[in-house]
Design a protein around this ligand. Structure first.
Ligand SMILES: O=C[C@H](O)[C@H](O)COP(=O)(O)O
Ligand SMILES: C=C(OP(=O)(O)O)C(=O)O
Ligand SMILES: [Mn+2]
Length: 442
């Protein structure tokens, strides 16, 4: 069944094939939970969503830069003050570095307060000689092999953990946590020889932050307060329950987050996910991998951005190092010739996965950097702009990606590998990456 934007309803997707959905044993239990979710207060309000939309429009027009980042799979157990603070801090520090070096205002968009559902390559995996269902994110099942049965009670838990996370983020931002000039906030374990260049820049950043603080506060474009939330709109019954009609605008908003995106594995043109997201008033994102052709991108753009509105759609490319050149120029040309003012983002994580000798999933800092550099250069060559980046990262000192000034190698991955899904940049790798991005986009 085809619906037009006039006939779109939050449930219209139900008649279409939906990839990557959990199968629950007890449908009545799922229904009861969804009914409860529909009555709970929204996590964000339409005014904030519209404000983000306006900022993203400025980014699409080349006047701001979008920094999106957070866990691959947010864990319920990580809904803790220190972990949330560290994640916010690293995002804001990256933002300060990008603002300082790249001379551009930065929009902060966390993969946070709801990034709980994961698409997977397979349905099962082998653990200790036994085949078990894969982990699909805390909103569906548990990482422990004994908890792999999808449990509808997790949908409510996800709502409450997202609410608690967002509540803490809001308090941190309102309470002046964004005051980043204190030296202890910038303490890194890098040694001077390894990282003289970065440490010098850090000193400069610290000094200029302290200077403007003395003059009476940061100018608007440098203000580090605002943080928006985002997650992958994967679990469609949950997302539908968080979708609310807003009479003032006559539109439907997903008020579980400010920004939602559709992943590489669920972006089928006639599939349920695109049907669901196309009707939302939120700014939205779409992951775009090497299998996307200019022809299919045209059709996707017609569906997701019929109004050709700046800020509406962020295309998040994720090709892998060495693979953007074959794919990206044709996609840029397709969007341009159809008149869609998309914001181009680079996710240099998801095309660069590899398995380390010990079996852990990892990504190399050098590959991540290479893809960013290639994508930035290709945009420049095509008269376009990489106006955003998308990272899987954490503020914790994890050992999940190799490389960076600390020189983490594959043998060191075991030391503090915590991710339940994909490997994240740790704090020092994230800050180093931000330095390099600032140079790249200056
Ligand atoms: O986060 C992205 C995907 O869920 C992840 O890359 C899939 O990983 P898998 O190939 O191990 O299923
Ligand atoms: C699943 C993800 O990415 P992609 O859809 O690009 O594979 C993700 O961002 O975690
Ligand atoms: Mn991931």
């Amino acid at each position: 069944m085809k619906t037009t934007i006039q006939t779109w309803t939050p449930d219209a997707w139900r008649s279409l094939p939906a990839a990557q959905q959990p199968v629950y044993r007890d449908d009545a239990a799922v229904e009861a939970v969804l009914a409860e979710l529909r009555e709970l207060p929204p996590l964000v309000v339409p005014e904030e969503v519209d404000h983000l939309h306006a900022l993203l429009a400025e980014a699409a027009e080349g006047r701001r830069f979008l920094l999106q980042g957070g866990d691959c799979a947010e864990a319920f157990a990580d809904c803790r003050g220190s972990i949330i603070q560290n994640k916010l801090r690293v995002l804001l520090q990256m933002s300060v570095l990008i603002t300082h070096g790249g001379r551009t205002g930065v929009i902060h968009l966390g993969r946070i307060a709801g990034q709980y559902a994961k698409p997977r390559s397979g349905d099962t995996e082998r653990i200790d000689g036994k085949e078990v269902p894969v982990y699909r994110g805390d909103i569906i099942n548990g990482l422990d092999p004994s908890q792999r049965e999808p449990d509808p009670r997790r949908l409510l838990e996800a709502y409450h953990r997202a609410a608690a996370t967002l509540n803490h983020l809001r308090a941190l931002v309102d309470g002046g946590f964004a005051d980043l000039h204190h030296p202890e906030h910038w303490d890194l374990s890098w040694s001077r020889e390894d990282a003289g260049h970065y440490l010098e820049t850090l000193d400069q950043v610290r000094n200029s932050l302290a200077f403007v603080q003395r003059l009476g506060g940061l100018p608007e474009h440098l203000r580090t307060g605002e943080l928006f939330t985002s997650h992958e709109a994967l679990h469609l019954p949950f997302e539908t329950a968080m979708t609310r009609f807003v009479p003032e605008s006559g539109r439907h908003y997903n008020l579980g987050a400010h920004f939602l995106w559709i992943g590489e594995r669920t972006r089928q043109l006639e599939g349920a996910h695109l049907e669901y997201i196309r009707g939302l008033a939120n700014p939205i994102g779409l992951k775009v991998g090497a299998s996307m052709t200019p022809e299919s991108l045209r059709k996707v753009l017609a569906k997701l951005d019929p109004g050709r509105r700046p800020g509406r759609l962020t295309l998040i490319t994720r090709f892998g190092a060495g693979r953007a050149e074959a794919a990206l120029p044709g996609l840029i040309e397709a969007a341009r010739s159809e008149g869609h003012p998309v914001l181009w983002s680079c996710d240099p994580m998801h095309g660069n996965g590899r398995t380390a000798a010990g079996g852990l999933k990892t990504r190399a800092f050098g590959d991540i950097l290479q893809e960013l550099q290639e994508v930035a250069a290709l945009h420049r060559a095509c008269g376009s702009r990489m106006g955003a980046v998308h990272f899987e990262l954490t503020g914790e000192p994890v050992t999940e990606c190799t490389g960076g000034v600390e020189g983490l190698d594959e043998a060191g991955l075991q030391r503090a590998y915590r991710s339940g899904c994909d490997p994240r940049l740790n704090r020092s790798q994230s800050l180093e990456m931000a330095f390099l991005i600032a140079q790249m986009i200056r």
